[in-house]
Design a binder for this molecule. Structure first.
Ligand code: DLL
Length: 459
């Protein structure tokens, strides 16, 4: 439900916590979680970053992994005069983290209170350790993110992300509790139960993987319930790439405002960058994460506004700060200040990962390009799958597309035309002609976690 009520009134029509009951609630005047930080002027921010970077380097110099690197760069102990000096430190890669993670600790393992691990599909998982203070700092950043998007202590927050080694569940859980919202640790999956929880407790805000949000609509349809009739008003969607059309679909179907949320386990988890009510890019919490955008080939900084690989340095992590960590995520900075008044720069959507890029018939393709085309077509349902094979030494791109139930008719001519339209739209975006198969709604494999959109079976 959107915040309403008479203009200028100290109240708004909101949903109180008792099972969706609607009544007048005091209007929250505060716009910022922490105004003094969120509206820092660029010069002040740089000063804060420099001070925090000095602390971080002093801590990192105690880790067996970073100590020699900092010494070699002339940065241990002390020696940092400007943020640019950090450029003397080599990048940290995922492979190094995987192989030498424990050597990156700045304190004994006994000081660590939690670990999370990324869901690496190949090889050993990458593990991140947190001290008690790290957990508190992270929770505060996630609370700040949700507060920025409009969540308030009177909200009922249903967290539909996996709890466990994945940071999405516990990261938001601690953030929501820190904010003061009533938190339902629903976890991922079990669609019928998710809907039941929403009804029973009058959830007003949800955290959900975007592809699962679309999938859940099928269960709503089966139950005969329209999600727009529920008191939901906010959705936090992230953890996987999604297009603007996908966001709009979620917003329209659920009657919510949906906010993009970015993070990665290596940088604590969610709460690295988040959208404000302007929904035009994600503010990076630059008081905690120093961001460089580099050309993934040359590793030189890209000109402002250009697409490049995101490289982060922790500024507030105690137990395991990472310096110049190469994320493999590709994005760019949005130009100009944001109308919300926050000074932190905004990131574009994540366009893909350097290791996600497909080369099909010699052409570079990011899976998000396929999604952009498909989600813009109302006939296309919630799931699609790209399969790559090789026939007679040639790459073949096969795109399986679920069709919305109302469009899946036994009219062959209509379906053939639809197939042709989809093929042409994909060809014009990708510059490769795929084979498109239309399939019935709810027939493609789906995941309760991040969607698997590509199966590459090429030798
Ligand atoms: O996905 C953290 C997270 C949880 C973020 C919940 C947001 C919400 P990992 O499992 O380590 O951590 O995966 C991190 O997921 O490097 C990106 O490639 C991708 N990713 C995360 N958020 C977004 C997003 C969590 N909003 C990896 N858009 C990152 C696109 C995203 N990709």
């Amino acid at each position: 439900m959107a915040e309403g009520g008479p203009k200028g009134s100290p109240f708004f029509l909101g949903t109180c916590r008792r099972a969706g009951e609607t009544k007048l609630m005091p209007r929250e005047k505060k716009l910022y979680w922490d105004k003094s930080i969120e509206t820092l002027k660029p010069g002040e921010l740089e000063k804060l970053q420099l001070a925090r970077l000095r602390d971080t380097l002093a801590r990192a110099a105690r880790s067996p992994f970073y100590a020699p690197r900092l010494k070699e760069a002339g940065l241990a102990p002390g020696g940092l005069n400007s943020l640019a000096d950090l450029g003397r430190v080599p990048f940290t890669t995922k492979d190094e983290l995987r192989a030498q993670g424990l050597k990156m600790l700045t304190l004994p393992l006994t000081e660590m209170v939690r670990l999370h691990a990324s869901s690496g599909t190949t090889g050993q998982a990458t593990v991140i350790y947190y001290t008690r203070k790290d957990i508190a700092t992270w929770a505060d950043l996630v609370a700040r993110s949700m507060y920025m998007a409009g969540m308030r202590p009177h909200d009922v927050f249903q967290n539909m992300m996996g709890y466990g080694l994945f940071t999405g569940g516990l990261g938001f859980h601690y953030g929501a509790e820190r904010l003061g919202a009533l938190t339902i640790p629903a976890g991922a999956g079990n669609s019928a139960r998710q809907i039941q929880l929403m009804q029973q407790f009058g959830s007003t805000a949800v955290h959900i993987i975007p592809s699962y949000a679309l999938y859940l609509l099928n269960t709503f349809a089966q139950s005969g319930l329209d999600p727009r009739e529920l008191p939901l008003r906010l959705a936090f969607i992230g953890a996987e790439p999604h297009s603007e059309d996908m966001r709009r679909r979620i917003e329209d179907a659920y009657g919510v405002k949906a906010y993009n949320s970015y993070g990665l386990s290596e940088m604590n988890g969610p709460g690295v960058a988040f959208e404000c009510p302007e929904q035009s890019g994600m503010h990076v919490w630059e008081d905690s994460y120093l961001l460089e955008v580099v050309n993934p080939q040359t590793l030189e900084p890209v000109p402002p506004g250009e697409l490049g690989e995101l490289v982060f340095t922790n500024l507030t992590r105690e137990g395991m700060p990472l310096l110049r960590y190469r994320t493999r995520d590709l994005a760019s900075f949005e130009a100009g200040p944001c109308a919300c008044g926050r000074s932190f720069r905004r990131l574009s959507r994540i366009q893909g990962r350097t290791d996600d890029m497909l080369i099909v018939k010699g052409v570079n393709i990011f899976p998000l390009q396929v999604e952009k085309v498909l989600m813009a077509m109302p006939e296309v349902g919630s799931q699609y799958l790209v399969e790559l094979t090789r026939e007679n030494f040639n790459d073949v791109m096969h795109v399986k597309v679920e069709v919305q139930p109302e469009f899946f008719r036994e009219d062959l001519k209509y379906l053939k035309q639809l197939q042709k339209r989809i093929t042409e739209a994909l060809k014009s975006e990708l510059l490769v002609t795929p084979r498109v198969d239309l399939v019935e709604p709810n027939t493609l494999p789906r995941s309760e976690g991040k969607a698997q959109r590509v199966v590459d079976q090429r030798p």
